[in-house]
Design a protein around this ligand. Structure first.
Ligand code: BES
Ligand code: ZN
Ligand code: ZN
Length: 504
């Protein structure tokens, strides 16, 4: 989408549609209303007085200007109560606005910067939130629809207009566009079904993106993965005829900067393997690579934002199917890259098997921090629903910083226990560890999975994020349309931005 910033006075703006935002308490937007009403014979006041527009959050009313000003129509949008307005509400309002406008024949609109009346909101971040909400809300996964493209209504251009602080607005708009487009890139990868988004396809798409942005991208195939001794990852991959890949993205290498490694689970389809899943709902398992997609999208944004840190993305990619040369059989024992042996009691607990070899490989980059993100356990989705991703770490300070980034982006995190008990319970009688705790009655499946991962971490600060409940939007709203949510991109970018400010 094309995004512009324009300096102008309210009544001089030339547009097909100009969006103007009004608070619920009319006094809070008096300056705007008075200015427009002078030219439009009190139209807005009239609407408010007869009760046709109340300024409630997300409420919309259209005014035709009959050539009294250069704008053809004004779209009034309610901001709700001034005390309650925040960046998340701005994102939501803009998701609503863009969907409303795109359902008419209009392909572009201008928007007067909203919410600057509120002193605790910064103009730069307001602009970022406007553009994030709009670009995320405008998203549709339509590439497999054979209907004509013109019938798929999408907004093609937005201009943010204001009479002041244009540099701040430009910065915010640019940040918002980068982050939202990276998130939509992640959604595209995640929404593609498994017959298209194979490990090879994801690796190729990632390489194209990385080459364009000058990120170093290495794609390892099965042979190299074998040489790297990733026996645990390979044990899953051997159950599929689709070749596995390990993609490593390296942004800002060799610059003596602090290193953060991001690891994403990339199961391009999870049938469960020999411990096969039930048929109903299994299609959702095309999204079992949402973690990998989030890591790839994060690197895209980080490179464009030119964050002064060394960021590495590692994504092990494979199907989990019960075919191939040699699928895992329940009870099999395999050796991980770290050297620890694993008793595989359940082939559907495969995410952890591919993550641990990446967690060990991360040591090569001597990272300060390693974060992994994965659609790891149904148990996490049961515990937290769609409202928060699970956070597991023994590092309180890291937890606090991640939770803060989650609040800021509203990709919320909720910390769940990770105690020694959860590590201990994953020890095996005949190998070093086992990939599930077979006693269902003990519960805490999400914490046990985290306990399993912890057996394999290196000398770095680490947190694990379980997005099994948050990777998919089943009821589209505001700026989160149906399908893949792209969760993780905004969260990671925010965390990394905050971190880079701290260490500078
Ligand atoms: N990919 C699934 C987890 C999942 C479930 C993600 C639902 C999204 C929605 C994972 O590989 C899995 O199958 N986990 C098992 C683990 C169990 C066998 C210990 C699960 O959660 O049932
Ligand atoms: Zn599984
Ligand atoms: Zn899985």
């Amino acid at each position: 989408m094309k995004v512009e910033v324009e300096k102008d006075s309210l009544l001089n703006v030339e547009a097909e549609s100009l969006v103007i935002s009004i608070f619920e308490n009319i006094e809070d937007s008096k300056h705007l209303i008075d200015e427009i009403d002078k030219k439009l014979d009190g139209t807005i006041k009239e609407r408010i007085e007869i009760g046709d527009f109340k300024g409630k959050i997300g409420e919309i009313s259209i005014i035709y200007t009959h050539n009294k000003i250069p704008t053809k129509r004004i779209l009034l949008i309610g901001l709700g109560k001034k005390e309650e307005l925040d960046y998340e509400k701005i994102r939501r309002i803009n998701g609503i606005v863009i969907k409303k406008i795109r359902n008419s024949e209009v392909k572009k609109y201008k928007i007067w910067l909203m919410g600057s009346e509120k002193p605790d909101l910064k103009v730069e971040q307001i602009a970022q939130a406007i553009i994030e909400g709009a670009i995320l809300g405008n998203y549709k996964f339509y590439r497999h629809k054979t209907e004509k493209l013109e019938e798929i209504k999408l907004i093609e251009e937005i201009t943010v207009v204001y009479n002041d602080l244009i540099d701040e607005i430009k910065n915010g708009v640019r940040t918002g566009q980068i982050i939202a487009e990276a998130t939509n890139f992640t959604k595209d990868l995640t929404n593609e079904p498994a017959n298209i988004a194979t490990p090879t396809y994801i690796a190729e798409q990632t390489k194209l993106m990385a080459d364009e942005l000058g990120i170093k991208c290495t794609i390892f195939g099965e042979k190299e993965i074998e040489e790297m001794k990733m026996g645990s990852f390979l044990s899953v991959a051997k159950g599929s005829n689709e070749p596995c890949k390990l993609v490593v993205l390296d942004y800002n290498p060799k610059q003596n900067l602090e290193t953060i490694v991001l690891i994403g689970k990339g199961i391009t389809f999870d049938t469960g393997g020999i411990s096969i899943k039930p048929a109903m709902g299994m299609w959702e398992m095309k999204q079992d690579m949402a973690g990998a997609a989030a890591v790839i999208g994060t690197l895209k944004a980080i490179a464009q934002l030119k964050i002064p840190l060394h960021i590495v993305g590692i994504t092990p990619l494979t199907e989990n199917t019960p075919g191939g040369k040699d699928p895992n059989l329940p009870g099999d024992i395999v050796k991980s890259r770290k050297g620890k042996t694993i008793e595989i009691l359940h082939t559907d607990a495969e995410g952890r098997l591919i993550l641990i070899d990446a967690l060990d490989y991360a040591n090569e980059f001597k990272p300060k921090i390693v974060l992994d993100i994965a659609t790891l356990t149904g148990a996490c989705a049961v515990a937290l629903g769609i409202y928060a991703s699970g956070l597991f770490t023994t590092d309180d300070d890291l937890a606090e910083k991640l939770i803060k980034a989650g609040e800021e982006t509203q990709e919320r995190l909720w910390r769940l226990p990770l105690w020694e008990d959860h590590e201990k319970i994953m020890e095996s009688k005949i190998a070093d560890v086992r990939n599930i705790n077979p006693s269902r009655k003990d519960g805490a499946g999400a914490s046990n999975a985290a306990g399993f991962l912890k057996h394999f971490i290196g000398d770095y600060r680490w947190a694990h994020i379980d997005i099994a409940g948050t990777d998919l939007v089943s009821k589209g709203k505001d700026y989160t349309p149906l399908g893949a949510s792209g969760v993780g991109v905004r969260l990671f970018v925010q965390f990394i931005k905050n971190w880079s400010k701290k260490s500078n």
